[in-house]
Design a protein around this ligand. Structure first.
Ligand code: PLP
Length: 380
């Protein structure tokens, strides 16, 4: 049976052109970029080119890019790196209540030494801007707000949030792991100090990502050793994966408009289809300020997990929220923060399309989901 994959927010397959682009760096151009001989310098050149191209495509030509092992490490480096750099004597961290665990659990770690406060969101999961303004004070070191939400698809007004932080002289970090995969992000125009992204959300390999940061912003390195990555992240650079990420990012930008329209069309078909076919179903997240490939719902009288398992048996891969909640039946903190009642939040699913998803796949998904919901409701 052909499987229908509708979980592109969890991960994507690696594009074949990306696979091909990495091979030379495994087999021929295998030097250590820190070596001063020819092969080393050849790898260093390839690395430097990847850095420049990714920065340019992110509207960040004047910023700095630190390569990491992925979105999670980038989030960790941003938060821990600032908190531990102690370049300012401030003790408050503000974060949205709808962050990815890579941000929220990392901030939690500093609760003994820092005041870690959650901001507010509205019913769509959009950050409450007035509450942010009120919450920032003289003691605030860092604000972290997700750009495009992995669970509910909502896109925050990062430029405005960044502007407020800059006016108040607070460091601003955004988790743009989803945003970088679907939006034409512009670091330079968005008043951001630090931005996290990861390659496997845009058809690149797993285990590689980056943190873009303003030049001059001091981060305490979290992996100590050699002087790689401008003394911020020690260890021999993973040249093949970084070159794969560069290729994937270039392809993403080349195909941007075409894929954007395709994804939005399928997303809207999914949203209209579910809301029309299934009584007691509600869209979660913002109706239009949302990622182009992202549809998410809560459905009355069923459990998200049962939907994921039932749809899996029918050949469809979807998610009950984020990929990081395997085996955890308690309702999502993200949905609760938006004011969705617990008994409804249990029935959450996330359906995310990719550039090669077809209309036929989406339609057969809609038919199968309606059937499953009816069956599950009868058995309750
Ligand atoms: C996937 C994801 C992460 C984690 O990135 P990894 O590269 O898998 O470590 C962090 N934040 C968001 C919003 C994500 O979607």
């Amino acid at each position: 049976m052909d499987r229908v994959y509708l979980d592109y927010a969890a991960t994507t397959p690696v594009d074949h052109q990306v696979v091909l682009s990495m091979i030379p760096y495994f087999e021929n151009n295998y030097g250590n970029p820190s070596s001063i001989h020819y092969l080393g310098q050849s790898a260093e050149q390839a690395l430097s080119l990847a850095r420049q191209r990714i920065l340019l495509l992110s509207g960040a030509a004047n910023a700095e890019l630190i390569f990491t092992s992925g979105g999670t490490e980038s989030d960790n480096l941003a938060i821990r790196g600032i908190v531990e750099s102690k370049n300012e004597n401030k003790h408050k961290i503000l974060l949205s209540p709808v962050e990815h665990p890579a941000v929220s659990n990392t901030c939690e770690r500093f609760k003994d030494r820092f005041i870690v406060n959650k901001l507010r969101v509205d019913k769509y999961g959009l950050l409450d801007i007035e509450y942010l303004k009120k919450s920032i004070d003289y003691d605030t070191l860092l604000v972290s707000v997700i750009w495009g939400n992995n669970e509910i698809g909502t896109i925050n007004d990062i430029k405005q949030i960044g502007k407020i932080c800059r006016e108040k002289n607070v460091i601003f970090h955004t988790d743009a792991v989803q945003a970088a995969a679907h939006l034409d992000i512009n670091f330079g125009e968005s008043n951001i100090d630090m931005l996290s992204f990861g390659a496997h959300k845009f058809y690149g390999p797993k285990g590689v990502g980056g943190l873009i940061k303003l030049k001059g912003l001091k981060l305490s390195s979290q992996i100590t050793g050699g002087s790689q990555e401008n003394n911020t992240r020690a260890g021999t650079s993973n040249v093949p994966l970084i070159k794969g990420m560069e290729k994937a990012y270039e392809l993403l930008h080349e195909e941007f408009d075409k894929n954007d329209n395709h994804k939005k069309h399928l997303r809207d078909t999914l949203i209209e289809g579910v809301l029309k076919n299934i009584s007691g179903s509600y869209l979660t997240g913002h109706p239009d300020k949302r990622l182009p490939n992202h549809a998410s719902f809560v459905i009355e009288g069923v459990r998200g997990q049962d939907l994921v398992i039932g749809m899996d048996m029918a050949g469809f891969s979807i998610s009950s929220g984020s990929a990081c909640k395997v085996g955890n039946p308690s309702p999502s903190q993200v949905l609760l923060a938006m004011g969705i009642p617990e008994d409804l939040a249990i029935g959450a699913i996330r359906v995310t399309v990719g550039k090669n998803t077809t209309e036929t796949e989406v339609n057969s998904f809609l038919t199968e989901l309606s059937k499953l919901v009816k069956t599950l409701r009868k058995s309750m």
